[in-house]
Design a protein around this ligand. Structure first.
Ligand code: NAP
Length: 353
């Protein structure tokens, strides 16, 4: 049997961490091979389509180097026409998440990164070369692997939430908010963090009222974002409130929600809404690792050395939100992506590759 060819470096994941790692690795002539994820309905529902969580956001106001301005002409010049045409026209404001991700992807490709649009279903890190198993096609072997698979949106786990997924229940306002079913209707967003405020603010473009439902008495969101929610006349905040049930029927999908107070004194209520958007945090995408790397109790990959991206397996590095439950910013993910490529380059050089 022919010996399979061995890649120097495989990068799994296509968010800011993955592309930043790929750009550095490609410039270091490691010829990285990136598995960017598959374009499937399952990945759409779980928020794990290629280009990661930023592809599910609108304007990105806090990525250094992208102040508000008209990027339209730059995007036209920097991206291939085929990929540019798949994106919304530039709105004339700051950079959007999808635009930023396309730019990062293109930058990695420009330096020779090869990209496969597929998921990795399993890995074998017990011996070198390491093995990764794509969904479509034979296993691939590599001397070194960077895991940058990010995290995906959490759901509450209510049976009624499951029943109305795709029929009024969503975990991505930017993906689904503009659908006709939500236009000029009342909507609910669940959560109290930056994502919940961002989703609620985005939905005010379409909705008549957005009910922001949060289980505690104060938002967790950053001050500027929280102030935005408080100041927006279209956002009504329900503190100390939990979503108990999504109401609806097969014909209409979501028609309302039953809200429960989280305090003794509060009252339960039912409101008519056409949509429910969950923004209650994220879970790292580590299940495909099947316990082969050390994980935290919350299933994030453990970085084993201080200020390095080494995992519990020598030659396997981790970058971005899959290993970071603290900062979780696009720019910190890109930063650790860069670090992981430098760590991989030095590790490979130390092993004569
Ligand atoms: P997050 O900060 O972890 O907030 C999650 C929210 O969901 C919290 O308010 C939490 O309530 C609530 N929650 C969690 N589980 C719940 C449950 N079972 N039922 C009801 N509510 C529940 O997550 P995030 O908002 O997705 O933000 C993640 C990170 O990304 C943060 O670092 C954030 O700053 C960043 N981010 C930044 C921006 C931006 O700057 N533009 C935008 C989006 C996200 P408690 O408050 O009670 O815990």
């Amino acid at each position: 049997m022919a010996t399979p060819s061995v890649e120097k470096l495989i990068i799994i994941g296509s968010g800011p961490a993955g592309w930043s790692a790929a750009t550095y690795a490609a410039r270091a002539q490691l010829q990285p091979l990136v598995y960017e994820g598959a374009i499937t309905e399952k990945n759409r529902m779980s928020g794990t389509l290629p280009l990661g969580q930023l592809a599910l956001t609108s304007e990105v106001e806090n990525y250094a180097g992208f102040p508000h301005g008209d990027l339209g002409a730059f995007l036209d010049s920097a991206l291939p026409a085929a990929r540019r045409q798949m994106m919304a026209p530039h709105a004339g404001e700051g950079v959007t998440g999808p635009e930023l991700m396309e730019l990062m992807r293109q930058q990695a490709v420009n330096f020779g990164t090869r990209v496969v649009t597929d998921d990795i279903l399993s890995v074998d890190f017990s011996k070198r070369p390491f093995m990764v198993q794509p969904a479509d096609g034979p296993a691939v072997h590599a001397q070194c692997v960077i895991v940058a698979t990010g995290a995906s949106a959490n759901w509450l786990g209510l049976p009624s939430e499951e029943r109305f997924k795709n029929r009024g229940v969503s975990a991505c306002a930017v993906c689904d908010g503009a659908l006709p079913r939500f236009r000029n209707r009342e909507l609910v967003v669940v959560g109290g963090g930056d994502s919940a405020v961002e989703e609620a603010t985005y939905l005010t473009k379409f909705a008549s009222t957005v009910h922001l439902v949060h289980r505690r008495d104060a938002l967790r969101a950053s001050k500027i974002m929280a102030q935005r929610a408080h100041d927006d006349p279209k956002i009504k905040i329900h503190f100390n409130t939990a979503l108990a049930e999504v109401l609806g029927d097969d014909g209409h999908g979501v028609t309302g929600v039953r809200l429960e107070s989280t305090t003794e004194q509060g009252k339960d209520e039912t409101i008519d809404v056409a949509g429910v958007f969950l923004a209650i945090g994220h879970t790292p995408n580590t299940s495909f690792l099947a316990g082969q790397l050390e994980l935290t109790p919350k299933k994030y990959i453990v970085w084993k050395k201080h200020f390095r991206t080494d995992t519990s397996v020598e030659g396997v590095f981790a970058a971005g939100d899959v290993a970071d439950d603290y900062y979780r910013q696009a720019i910190s993910a890109a930063g650790t992506g860069c670090m992981s490529a430098l760590d991989a380059e030095r590790w490979l050089a130390g092993h004569g590759v």
